[in-house]
Write a protein that binds this ligand. Sequence first.
Ligand code: URA
Length: 240
Amino acid sequence: MYGGIMERLDKFLTNAGVATRSQIKAILKTGRVQVDGKAVKDGSVKIDPEKQTVTLDGDMIGGKRRMVVMLNKPAGFVTSTDDPRDKTVMELLPKEYAHQDLKPVGRLDKATEGLLLFTNDGDLLHRLISPKKEVPKIYYAKHEGTAGESDVEAFAAGLTLRDGTVCLSAKLEPMGPGESLITVCEGKYHQVRRMMASRQMTVLYLERRSEGGLELGALERGKCRELTETEIQILETQAE
Ligand code: URA
């Protein structure tokens, strides 16, 4: 699934039409070519164009590969690219993704666990988080109280939160005392916690299990994996 065929750097640059082979040798010597942010002067170095980013004077050669990564987020990490106090979700991504310019798709609270996507495709990212695209996100919640029929109806009708914020129609599926599944198509601040609180069901634990038709599956907590092209197409369809 991950990683392509290894190729000599000089051959990759020649094929990309950067310059002739002999010119490339001279260019390489000057240190203007970088692989994953480090100058490489030796054209015989093998690179994986699928996985690595090659630049000449800072400009990308061959274009950046579109990547979407799924993380099973543990509690205790903030969804931010940078934070002065807390550990961020970026710290959970493997080092080899460091130069892929991945950004979290929306956010999960520090205490929330589960499915968090990252991508370097800004257009896909914005479509996935736009409430207009109605991409469904399914959460499992443990909460105070027990959800009943009137709560299900209130969620379906579109809740008004305590501060007056009006939510889009959402699905509440009671699973028994103190447990529910909640499907929402938007991502307001602390949305699920606030929706449940507005019905006197304080959330005690929250996990996102699905987004845009994709599920965590067997992905372990704290681990991530790259989505396949087929899975990316599923997201594309959801966010059309
Ligand atoms: N809703 C919340 O309240 N928190 C999350 O992390 C995600 C959705």
